[in-house]
Design a protein around this ligand. Structure first.
Ligand SMILES: *Cc1c(COP(=O)(O)O)cnc(C)c1O
Length: 384
């Protein structure tokens, strides 16, 4: 687990826009869509990703991921689709991890055929499965770790080395870990994306995406991204920057709470299985410990057959059944009917996602309160 120097300092100060007129402590918001073109530098325009607030926030995300440059997008999927469009063309082949965000795998299965892009999805990523999937047209390898919703851990160094050895662009969805817990660039990954809708935003009120990479990769991405037009409004850029100042504090609290709650659930007689990389029982606990600083705020679990899962969700009083994740409030959902409902039942079964699986996004509330809520909901939803 490689050290991050002063993460909270970076969260607050990296890429800071200063109010040079009034000396205010926070960044001014530049909302213009029309800028004087006669002055120095490039033409400023929101869709060119180059307004002052966008550029400043891109510096913050680049600093947090330890890369040279960054771009801010209107959503996580805008970032992901721009990456695919910029680095893949008709006839190319991409290797992807099978257990990835449902929207990403749906993009691949719904759009790649029209684009003439070939793909191979791998169940478990290791050297031999990567080698078996490699073709003469392979251009990219795409991973997500910890994965959604089963918290599977992929060996980042191994994937980065495989990509380098075969001249592929390596891409990681780093959303679940956040830059606080994991910096894939330190292990040689080329392109790091986040759904900023999740931890970076952190208050369940912003939809955004980010990409961090070398200047070379960002320049190439930018050329395509400005054509697709997925930039983020400067008003929302401002809100995201404001949120990211507390990213380190939030993720630290969420990771601590999650570890304690995972242990609590694992020892609970009414819980069948807990998926959390911080548990010694997690099959890749050592790998997670090697490449993450903490194990994050996300886990999944299945209740024992004696518990009615639907009744359990109804009975929760503090933990909110809600789509999305990573807010300061604890939320929970059943992936089979929500995040992974676009997959067929067979695809879900192949990924190990049962109809009873619950994905739990741990908030910053006092852990004793969340524990008591889970406990009372289990008690009242026992089947008679
Ligand atoms: C939510 C999510 C995305 C997509 O992000 P949007 O902001 O919803 O477009 C991608 N990857 C992961 C892991 C996510 O959780």
């Amino acid at each position: 687990m490689k050290h991050i120097e002063n993460p909270n300092h970076i969260c607050v100060h990296a890429g800071e826009l200063h109010d040079t007129i009034y000396g205010g402590a926070t960044a001014p918001i530049y909302t213009s869509t029309a800028y004087d073109y006669r002055g120095e530098g490039t033409n400023l325009y929101p869709r060119y990703f180059n307004t002052p607030n966008q550029v400043a926030l891109a510096k913050k995300i680049a600093a947090l991921e330890n890369t040279e440059a960054g771009l801010i997008f209107g959503s996580g999927m805008a970032a992901i689709s721009a990456i695919f469009m910029a680095f893949l063309k008709t006839g190319d082949h991409i290797i992807l991890q099978r257990n990835i965000y449902g929207g990403t795998s749906h993009f691949v299965t719904a759009e790649f055929e029209n684009l003439g892009i070939h793909f191979t999805m791998i169940e478990h990523i290791d050297q031999s499965s990567l080698e078996a999937a490699l073709t003469s047209n392979t251009k990219m390898v795409y991973i997500e770790t910890p994965s959604n919703p089963l918290l599977e851990i992929v060996d980042i160094s191994l994937v980065a080395a495989f990509a380098k050895a075969n001249s592929l662009t390596s891409v990681i969805d780093n959303t679940f870990a956040s830059p606080i817990n994991q910096n894939p660039a330190n292990y040689g990954i080329d392109i790091i994306m986040h759904s900023a809708t999740k931890y970076l935003g952190g208050h369940s009120d912003i939809c955004a995406g980010t990409v961090s990479a070398s200047q070379l990769h960002i320049d190439k991405l930018w050329k395509t991204a400005k054509n697709y037009g997925g930039s983020l409004s400067d008003q929302t850029v401002y809100l995201l920057e404001r949120s990211m100042k507390t990213l380190g504090l939030r993720v630290q609290a969420q990771s601590q709470n999650a570890l304690e709650l995972a242990q609590f659930l694992e020892n609970h007689e009414s819980v069948k299985k807990v998926y959390y990389p911080g548990l010694k029982s997690h099959p890749q606990h050592e790998l997670a410990t090697a490449q993450m600083r903490a194990y994050g705020g996300m886990m999944s679990f299945e209740l024992h057959d004696s518990i009615d899962t639907a009744a359990f969700l109804e009975a929760l009083e503090i933990v909110k059944p809600a789509l999305s994740l990573a807010g300061v409030e604890s939320t929970i959902l059943a992936p089979s009917t929500t995040s992974h409902s676009l997959l067929t039942p067979e695809q879900r079964a192949a990924q190990g996602i049962s109809d009873f699986l619950l994905r739990f996004s741990v908030g910053i509330e006092e852990v004793a309160i969340i524990k008591a809520d889970l406990d009372q909901a289990i008690t009242v939803s026992k089947k008679s």
